[in-house]
Design a binder for this molecule. Structure first.
Ligand code: ADP
Ligand code: ZN
Ligand code: MG
Length: 477
């Protein structure tokens, strides 16, 4: 039987507030254990929570950006469970009256687009962090707990079971990531845990209208591992179903090293959490004018930005996606484009040599000024320097931010195109490579490229290629 994969994601992201959701403690990352805590976030008796306005503003902004319907009336509930990362033994969350319902996000597939529906978006508080002694949670001798993160505002975004492969799940997360960064609600760092994703996955006979039994996969720490974990889990379920077995609803842990999932615990039901309304907080009532004001303040979102890039610079969809995924690169391109109007050449350099140099050097875009990058391309176009020289200069610009014009001047890197300068080198190369010269004269065209390469090597890549070709052919006649 042919099976169809069905996936729904639950994404948690830490909102970019300076203080926690219900107290004034700092949300700064990387401080000494248990230094950002107070009676409220430790759940000491007699302490009372107070809403953080900024958290609500960011949550509503994210909901609006995701076309989710913001609820004027919502409420907080206690989700009860006992685990050492939760000092109060309950998490303040939203249950049956979430902050926002529905919503959607469009993803770009190979040749089409698809709207992925959302179920809900709600606010809740972050738990503390457990550090296990030993390699992993299983078999650890003891665990340490750090409550610095307890009480940081979290936004939970839940998709409908509306994604149909690990790859689609990854595309969805990448697009979501861009949207959230564009509206500055979170720094979305998966490696620091400020964006996390749990995935629910099931199989059903292709075309069947009902959903199969799902498993949940946790502990993926990159978009790539979400894709890999889901592909692994889909295969695991398929082999069980094909052998006539059935899927048990349980939670799996993704092991990044071993690249497979293993079971953690049986999945709890929502009734296990004994949700009840949080008695220490009033219901959250928003004014519609407040929501409207935030809607007006929404920045341009990635999709709209892509349309602008396609239109204004005649880019391809893939290129526009690249520039919106990597916001810094997008800004870089657009600033360079102000002073350089051959957009096709510009994007080719950006996605080719520039990205290559950044990868090679392990640098980011901070050093290199897009205006100087544009100057570099103009020097190539004007015949002032050769492409190989430009590439070398770029490698240096990425490292030091140096001005290419100055480097060319100070180091005499300009293109050599005069007959007087090129001829002596050509003659020397011809004398030194009699075999190649013979080959060329016998009609082997490749030999010419070989000789051109030799002249380039002697001139440090500075010979004007067109002039060099012409003079070399003339000399070889
Ligand atoms: P829970 O009570 O475990 O939080 P929810 O009903 O809130 O369960 O769903 C959590 C996520 O799981 C949602 O993203 C939803 O789309 C997805 N989901 C639910 N059922 C299935 C299923 N059978 N297969 C795949 N995903 C599912
Ligand atoms: Zn606190
Ligand atoms: Mg849920």
């Amino acid at each position: 039987m042919k099976y169809e994969v069905v996936i729904g994601l639950e994404i948690h992201l830490e909102l970019l507030t300076r203080s926690k959701l219900f107290c004034g403690c700092s949300t700064a990352f990387g401080l000494g254990p248990n230094t950002n805590c107070c009676p409220v976030c430790l759940g000491l008796p007699g302490s009372l929570p107070v809403f953080n306005r900024k958290a609500i503003e960011l949550a509503v902004t994210a909901a609006l950006a995701l076309k989710s319907e913001v609820q004027i009336n919502s409420r907080f509930d206690r989700k009860n469970y006992f685990y050492p990362d939760l000092p109060k033994a309950y998490q303040v969350s939203q249950y049956d009256q979430p902050l926002a319902r529905g919503g959607c996000l469009e993803i770009e597939l190979d040749k089409s687009r698809r709207k992925v529906s959302l179920e809900r978006i709600h606010l809740e508080e972050e738990a503390g962090k457990l550090v296990h002694a030993g390699e992993s949670i299983i078999g650890a001798n003891y665990s340490l707990v750090d409550y610095n993160r307890a009480g940081i505002p979290l936004l939970e975004i839940v998709t409908a079971p509306n994604l149909y492969s690990g790859h689609e799940a990854r595309l969805f997360l990448e697009e979501l990531h861009s949207v959230l960064l564009y509206c500055s609600v979170s720094d979305c760092k998966m490696e620091e845990g400020s964006l996390r994703c749990d995935a629910n996955i099931s199989l059903r006979p292709a075309g069947s209208p009902t959903l199969g039994t799902r498993t949940e996969v946790k502990n993926m720490n990159s978009f790539r591992s979400v894709e890999m974990a889901l592909e692994f889990e889909a295969k695991r379920q398929e082999s069980i179903l094909t052998a006539g077995g059935s899927i048990i609803q349980e939670t799996f842990h993704w092991d990044e090293e071993k690249k497979h999932t293993f079971p953690l615990r049986s999945k709890e039901e929502s009734s296990d959490y004994r949700y009840f309304p949080e008695p220490d907080l009033l219901p959250l009532v928003l004014e519609s004018s407040y929501v409207e004001k935030l809607a007006e303040r929404l920045p341009m979102l990635p999709q709209e930005h892509r349309l602008k890039l396609l239109d204004q610079y005649q880019l391809k969809v893939k290129e526009a996606v690249l520039l919106t995924r990597n916001r810094e690169l997008g800004d870089f391109f657009e600033t360079a484009a102000v002073s350089y109007s051959d957009y096709r050449n510009l994007i080719n350099w950006v996605q080719g040599d520039l990205l290559y140099q950044l990868r090679e050097s392990g640098r980011d875009l901070k050093k290199i000024d897009p205006r100087l990058f544009a100057e570099l391309l103009i020097m190539v176009d004007d015949g002032k320097i050769s492409r190989p020289v430009a590439k070398e200069l770029l490698a240096e610009m990425v490292q030091t931010g140096a001005d290419p014009g100055e480097m060319v001047e100070n180091r005499h890197l300009g293109l050599i195109s005069s007959r007087e300068s090129l001829m002596p080198v050509i003659e020397q190369v011809i004398l030194g490579n009699p075999d190649a010269v013979d080959n060329y004269r016998q009609g082997k065209k490749k030999a010419l490229a070989f000789l051109v390469g030799k002249v380039m090597a002697v001139t440090g890549g500075r010979a004007d290629p067109a002039e060099l070709n012409r003079l070399l052919k003339e000399k070889l006649k």
